[in-house]
Write a protein of this length. Structure first.
Length: 268
């Protein structure tokens, strides 16, 4: 039985370059194992009138990037989010591209549609089939998908259709997570560390937005490092805290370097 085609239930038009920067900056923070379904996703938040927010977290770091929103139609209250898999992000980046320098005056526009099709439920197992009413019509269930289209010009450009991940009750609420860290006291600790693999994730944002990273952490022992990159990206990561003994040793190491360099002769 062929699916019964439904209709578009949500439609957003965004700035293409802004969207591509956002997914490039956020994707390193998404879960990497499809088995961990609540983390293996990028979430597009469409609950703000002026911008769309792209978020992801694997439980060790989290990030959010803002996308310029041109237009938004549909029942936003009932459909505030669209979840896509990290694997599908690679497909999006392969199909849609930033404008070349020669085309900077041409604004790239990307239309993102959330749509639904009604599909028949899978046939019952053989053991259950004997009890099922073979004459009854199969029950239809909704299947959601995301349709992306380049609508920059008069003639539609590239298009891509992707399955939408079903909602997950345990998916992290990244905006709330980051907002909690931003509400922490602003006092700074003397020293903190970040695991190399976490630092690497944030370099993707620096490359996407072509600007420096700025990191800060509050003196609250439970606070996370807040990392910013321009005005459209913000993220958090767990810092490595050091004991007083370790901090004292690190200060000694710094003094040792200073003394070593002070003893070097001036270059001729």
């Amino acid at each position: 039985m062929t699916p019964i085609i439904g209709s578009t239930i949500l439609e957003a038009t965004v700035d293409t370059e802004s969207f591509l920067c956002a997914i490039a900056a956020v994707i390193p923070h998404a879960g990497r194992k499809a088995e961990s379904a609540h983390l293996y996703r990028l979430r597009l938040h469409l609950d703000h009138p002026d911008s769309m927010t792209v978020t992801a977290s694997d439980g060790y770091s989290a990030a959010a990037a803002r996308v310029s929103l041109i237009a938004l139609h549909g029942d936003i209250e009932a459909n505030p989010c669209i979840d896509i898999s990290p694997a599908d992000v690679a497909k999006i980046r392969a199909v849609f591209h930033k404008k070349k320098k020669a085309d900077v005056d041409d604004e790239g526009l990307l239309q993102i549609r959330k749509a639904v099709e009604m599909h028949p439920e899978p046939a019952p197992d053989v053991a259950d089939r004997e009890e099922a009413d073979t004459a009854a019509e199969p029950e239809l269930v909704p299947v959601y998908y995301v349709h992306l289209s380049d609508v920059s010009g008069m003639i539609p450009g590239e298009t891509l259709e992707l399955p939408m991940l079903p909602p997950h009750e345990h998916a992290p609420n990244v905006p709330r997570m980051i907002a909690r860290e931003l509400g922490t006291a602003t006092g700074m600790v003397e020293s903190f560390g970040i695991l190399p693999e976490l630092i690497t994730r944030f370099t993707a944002a620096a490359k996407a937005y072509n600007t420096n990273l700025i990191a800060s952490v509050a003196d609250d022992e439970s606070a996370m490092v807040v990392v910013r990159c321009g005005e459209d990206f913000i993220g958090v990561a767990h810092p490595q805290r050091y004991s007083e003994l370790s901090l004292a040793a690190q200060r000694d190491w710094l003094l040792a370097w200073r003394e070593q360099f002070a003893s070097l002769p001036d270059p001729e």
